[in-house]
Write a protein of this length. Sequence first.
Length: 146
Amino acid sequence: MKHHYQLNVQWTGNRGSGTSGYREYERDHVISAPGKPAIPGSSDPAFRGDAARWNPEELLLASASACHKLWYLHLCADAGIAVTAYEDAAEGTMLDERFERIVLRPRVTIVTGDRELALQLHHTAHEKCYIANSVNFPILCEPLIA
């Protein structure tokens, strides 16, 4: 099945002279799509960005974490495992302007269902995750079930 996504990224960092020099413009932008809240974006502060705004690297990390979580919750629901809490302390590492790896550290609370199956379903979620299947670096998962 084919899915199509569309959004708008508008650069808002022109200080008046555009990109007349590397230090003459801000990296700020707004990510938007009809009917959704706008996301304020910038570059990483290491690349002259605004630390108060989301950068592309953080958004990639968030996408990998969220995709895994959504698949995991779906699989648990199908398997009769009742998840009541899910929190991921995800981390990504870049080296030479490329992601080297992402590590997901989901902490999951279940109230019913098989604990071992709950752990195994993280592997299945990873196999099904669209983001994990689209990148050329490893995404590792270190889950904990409570």
